[in-house]
Design a protein around this ligand. Structure first.
Ligand SMILES: *Cc1c(COP(=O)(O)O)cnc(C)c1O
Length: 363
């Protein structure tokens, strides 16, 4: 980072290009475009596909709000698929009834570091001729049937600070479609087709022209160099997270009110981005929000990934989504809670968290 600051080149340049190559090679992706965020990647994808009024995009409501906001801001209509109650992920069975002749894109979410069952989803999308883009914000280092997420198809990663790999803020667009990658590369920087560094190093004229109106979603070299350092440690981070997650599962096995997420039955490697549990509100004497507050009193920070998007105020009031539309999503939305999980935690820390959980439930 200090080298970048001293180098005289701090915005998108050689370091961002190197990070793109390193990330693509780690995933086995044909190509990767570094971006300012995953949300920026979703915005660019919708623009590249020309998605707008009258079009539908199918995605779960158990996701981060950014995807749905982008769909709505593009003038298109979000169509929500329900999820598997125990993995929080969609399957082809959930997606199929949501497809119509207006569906222009499917955005399933790899959740918490687990991988979606992609083969049936890919077959469904291909049979209908609908583009598929995986929300891989939680899935840097996750694998499906022995291949890294990002190796096949189109996947958008996030490097927000809570994710397994961070650049402060940032994202990566991976695809095996060279035309789509070229389009994303052009749209991420004003539609010039070349960014400032390309012009400096490749001797391109600063007179480069707008080929189509584009956006400003490039990742800086300052951020990229952080990403390269994180990527070099990602396997170690994941190994550590897996160990801590296993310890959690062991210690929580005897706690009746706590239901950890189920592990998908298909072959995959979990990247353990989040350790999510559900509070069994039929057995516990407090609700999820009370549970989180009581843990906070004991200095245990928890997270909520996520409150169902369709029941957030705008989506209820303006778009008319109602409770009851997505039973498994809503059931989880009221009960989920992410326990602390980060590589610097110790096994004793995990035991401390579980003790606090037991204490709160016994109160
Ligand atoms: C974090 C996240 C995003 C957005 O990533 P940003 O880099 O913050 O834009 C999208 N989808 C999911 C599921 C996420 O968790």
């Amino acid at each position: 980072m200090a080298d970048v600051l001293r180098s005289g080149w701090i915005t998108t340049g050689a370091r961002a290009a190197a990070f793109e190559e390193e990330f693509a090679s780690y995933c086995g992706a044909a190509g990767a475009v570094a971006l300012a965020s995953a949300t920026g990647g979703m915005h660019l994808l919708l623009a590249a596909l020309g998605i707008g009024p009258g079009d539908e995009v199918v995605t779960p409501a158990m996701t981060w709000v950014s995807t749905v906001n982008c769909i709505v801001l593009a003038g298109a209509t979000p169509v929500f698929a329900d999820i598997d109650r125990d993995t929080l992920m969609v399957s082809s069975r959930h997606l199929e009834p949501c497809l119509s002749e207006r569906t222009r894109l499917i955005v399933p979410v790899h959740f918490a570091g687990a991988a979606l069952d992609l083969d049936p989803i890919r077959r469904l999308a291909a049979s209908r001729g609908i583009p598929l883009a995986e929300d891989a914000a939680h899935a840097a280092g996750s694998e499906y049937k022995g291949r890294k997420i990002g190796a096949d198809g189109t996947a958008i990663f996030s490097f927000h600070p809570i994710k397994n790999l961070t650049t402060g803020e940032g994202g990566m667009f991976c695809s095996d479609d060279p035309e789509l990658l070229a389009r994303i590369r052009r749209l991420k920087f004003h539609g010039l087709g070349v960014d400032a560094h390309d012009r400096a190093t490749q001797g391109r004229a600063p007179q480069a022209e707008v080929v189509e109106p584009g956006y400003k979603y490039n990742l800086t070299d300052m951020a990229a160099v952080l990403g390269s350092g994180q990527l070099a440690r990602l396997e170690r981070f994941i190994a550590r997270r897996a160990l801590l997650a296993a310890r959690y599962r062991e210690l929580l096995a005897g706690v009746d009110e706590i239901i950890p997420l189920g592990l998908p039955p298909h072959a995959m490697r979990h990247a353990w981005h989040l350790f999510i549990v559900r509070l069994d509100t039929d057995r516990a004497r407090l609700d999820r929000d009370g549970f989180m507050a009581a843990l906070k009193e004991r200095n245990i920070g928890t997270g909520l990934h996520f409150r169902a998007v369709h029941l957030q105020r705008y989506y209820r009031e303006v778009m008319g989504f109602r409770p009851g539309m997505l039973p498994a999503t809503e059931w989880n939305s009221e009960r989920i809670c992410s326990l602390p999980l980060f590589p610097a935690m110790t096994e004793e820390d995990v035991a401390t968290v579980v003790d606090a959980v037991k204490e709160v439930l016994a109160r």
